[in-house]
Design a protein around this ligand. Structure first.
Ligand code: ADP
Ligand code: MG
Length: 699
């Protein structure tokens, strides 16, 4: 390992390299010294003993001390460095078994280091080669005198380009050794003992450097992260999260929000005007929200209901209760299309109710926009609808009483935080989501929210039939959709999702539109809608579709959320295998809103991977948003589920929300006890785990 030793020296001695080291550590998520201790190995290597060459067998991973017999560059079948070593006590020239070390990439210095007569220690996977046993690209170092063997297993850490295991091992070992306070137990001894948890220092030491010759059972527990040492770390992590959530909840309770008692005048008028009766679920949820609004602590409620369950009317009622109380309401949606649709629906519902609504759109002419803003700033306009981006940038709402955030799951963690920062602490908040949150997730990330669930669909819906169809049978689908649309039905045709390139996605949409237009000639009108259109163009297209002037609407995923055209009863999704499960479920929810029998065709490209097959099967077999969300969580993990991918912040490093559900319960109970008995300890614990990062863990 001569070459590596040289780098190691350079790192500790030259300041410019030290800066490089810090950068690389940051890439691994290690921003603070304290994080080094919690950077845990992927696996371990046993360097605690050396084996003799004459006892090696192919298939083993082994460490061997030997003497170099010969080192050569060979050119066939390709350029490589081949080094022969023999057991220490067998001098060169002997016919005893030798081990071949083979390097396909090497530096000239390798040849010098591996000069005949040098003693070397090598480590790697032994396999059968043409000339007997060999190791390809072994780790190696030249032995000078007596090199003691480690007495613990050697950790292999997740690392990044330009950061060798050697360097990483050294800085981590130094961090563990340097400051005992870092590996001290943050929790009281009896607290730990009563829960039959391992002590923290023991867990840390075990996970970084386990003792050699652990049993197979222990090995498996380590790999599966069910070993008590892992359990202790997961528990600590979950405890920190629970503590932070509870602290947040408490802080919120200390804020004062306006008491929105309402008069019932506007809400009653609205209920008289809509052409339906609230479902029982809507009634119940509306009561819960109405009750919260009358309290002086800010509401933070998540209204959860599957696509089409009727969340909008509930939000409108809440909004009117705020208006009745003389306060302003901000109604935010993630996309312009959706915001616009809300605006139209609300305007229609509120026509004759005499509540001015401001529509805040990026594409509004400057003059109109200024008027809208002035109305809001003076307090004359009580109700504003728009995308959350607009609210974030420009709008002043001096008299804000309630903020409503639709399709809340679409916002990234970071975006949600930005919203929270904007003086919303003093307003009530209603968040809506069609993505059901699995119980474990609700217990952890969303534990500081109250949740209302719409668990009943409005009457008169027909369930959507789902069909999985291979891309090869696309022509049949084109013909079938054409026939049904000619007979008066309408269809969405969803373009493939191309995450890497918006431009490519756009091109595909345009091409698909041209294809279908050609296929249907003049018999059907085919529309196109995508994110790059100006918002009035989008609105015009949506309108034409809603009025039935367009029969087939080619769309990128901009239609994913909230859009409501009851006569559209067909949907085709191209490359369904590229979408997330929840996303497919939401898309499918766009149809089946009217009384007509609805069908969703998932076109997929063959061959499908096993995972892709399993995923599509879930959407095919289940129409239950909860079940689909649960499967989605299992398949994709919570980070993506929460929209954390956009923010790039890791949420839970060690615990797994699905598998560690029992630990979450335990951590919740423990958090209560700790806060009651020893708040200072609780604070110290949170600092160790979340120092500077708390904001993100609360979601
Ligand atoms: P989502 O929960 O997906 O946001 P919406 O609020 O858009 O659902 O409602 C879907 C459709 O159902 C809308 O057309 C809405 O007017 C209608 N709707 C809502 N509540 C009822 C009800 N109680 N009875 C009948 N239709 C309803
Ligand atoms: Mg909606």
């Amino acid at each position: 390992m001569a070459a590596k030793v040289a780098t190691r020296k350079a790192v500790s001695e030259s300041p410019s390299h030290a800066a490089g080291l810090a950068d690389r550590l940051v890439k691994l998520g290690i921003a603070r010294e304290a994080d080094l201790v919690l950077h845990l190995p992927l696996r371990y290597e046993d360097h605690t003993r050396v084996r003799r060459i004459d006892e090696l067998r192919a298939g083993e991973t082994a460490q061997v001390d030997g003497v170099v017999v010969n080192t050569d560059i060979q050119y066939r079948p390709r350029r490589q460095l081949v080094c022969l070593i023999g057991d220490d006590d067998v001098a060169d020239g002997a016919r005893r078994p030798q081990l071949v070390l083979r390097f396909f990439s090497f530096y000239p210095s390798h040849q010098k280091v591996l000069a005949p007569g040098n003693r070397v220690r090598v480590f790697g996977d032994v396999r059968d080669g043409y000339f007997g046993l060999e190791i390809v690209h072994p780790q190696f170092k030249v032995l000078r005198g007596d090199e003691p063997l480690p007495d613990r297993l050697t950790p292999v850490y997740p690392t990044t380009a330009g950061l060798s295991q050697d360097v990483l091992r050294k800085v981590i070992a130094r961090a563990i050794a340097a400051d005992a306070s870092r590996t001290q137990d943050s929790l009281p001894e009896d607290f730990v003992r009563r829960r039959q948890l391992w002590k923290y220092p023991d867990a840390i030491r075990f996970l970084h450097t386990p003792p050699p010759r652990i049993s197979e059972l222990t090995q498996r527990a380590l790999d599966a992260r069910t070993h008590p040492a892992w359990t202790r770390l997961k528990f600590d992590e979950l405890l920190a999260q629970q503590l932070s959530l509870k602290a947040h909840r408490k802080a919120r309770a200390a804020h004062r929000a306006p008491v929105l008692t309402g008069t019932g005048v506007l809400t009653r008028r609205l209920l008289e005007r809509v052409p339906f009766k609230l479902t029982r679920a809507q009634e119940k949820v509306w009561r819960e929200i109405s009750h919260d609004l009358k309290r002086a602590t800010p509401m933070q409620r998540l209204l959860q209901g599957d696509v089409g369950s009727g969340k909008t009317i509930v939000a409108a009622l809440a909004a009117l209760q705020a208006v009745e109380s003389g306060k302003q309401v901000a109604f935010m949606a993630p996309t312009e299309i959706l915001a616009e649709q809300h605006f139209r629906k609300l305007s229609a519902w509120l026509a004759g109710v005499d509540v001015p609504i401001a529509w805040l759109s990026g594409s509004l002419p400057a003059k109109k926009r200024r008027e809208a803003m002035e109305g809001l700033a003076s307090g004359a306009t009580p109700f504003a609808v728009g995308t959350h981006a607009l609210f974030q940038q420009t709008v002043a709402l001096p008299n804000l009483g309630l903020a409503i955030v639709d399709e809340q799951h679409r916002f990234g963690v970071a975006q949600r935080l930005a919203l929270r920062g904007k003086g919303l602490a003093e307003a009530h908040q209603l968040m809506m989501s069609a993505t059901p949150i699995p119980r474990t997730l609700a217990m952890s990330f969303y534990a500081d929210l109250d949740v209302s669930v719409l668990d009943e669909m409005p009457p008169g819906r027909t369930p959507v039939a789902t069909r999985l169809v291979s891309e090869r049978r696309r022509d049949e689908i084109v013909a079938w959709v054409g026939k049904l649309c000619a007979a008066g039905r309408q269809a969405y045709w969803v373009c493939p999702l191309i995450e890497e390139s918006e431009k490519l996605e756009l091109q595909t949409a345009v091409a698909l539109h041209a294809d279908l237009t050609a296929a249907y000639e003049r018999r059907l009108r085919v529309g196109l809608i995508h994110g790059r259109l100006k918002s009035d163009e989008k609105a015009a297209t949506m309108d034409a579709f809603a009025r039935g002037e367009i029969q087939v609407l080619v769309a990128t995923t901009v239609i994913e959320v909230g859009v409501d055209v009851p006569n559209a009863s067909l949907m085709v999704i191209e490359h369904a295998e590229r979408f997330g499960l929840a996303q497919l479920h939401q898309l499918r929810g766009r149809v089946g809103r009217g009384a007509a029998e609805s069908t969703c065709v998932l076109l997929f490209e063959e061959p499908l991977t096993e995972t892709a097959k399993a995923r599509l099967r879930v959407v095919y077999e289940s129409t239950d948003g909860f079940e689909i969300a649960r499967q989605d969580l299992v398949i994709r993990g919570p980070g993506e589920f929460l929209g954390a991918r956009q923010s790039g912040v890791p949420l839970l490093r060690f615990a797994d929300l699905e598998r560690d559900a029992a630990l979450i319960e335990q951590a919740r109970e423990a958090a209560d006890e700790l806060l009651q008995k020893d708040p200072a300890v609780a604070a110290r614990h949170v600092e160790r785990w979340l120092g500077g990062r708390e904001e993100f863990v609360r979601a």
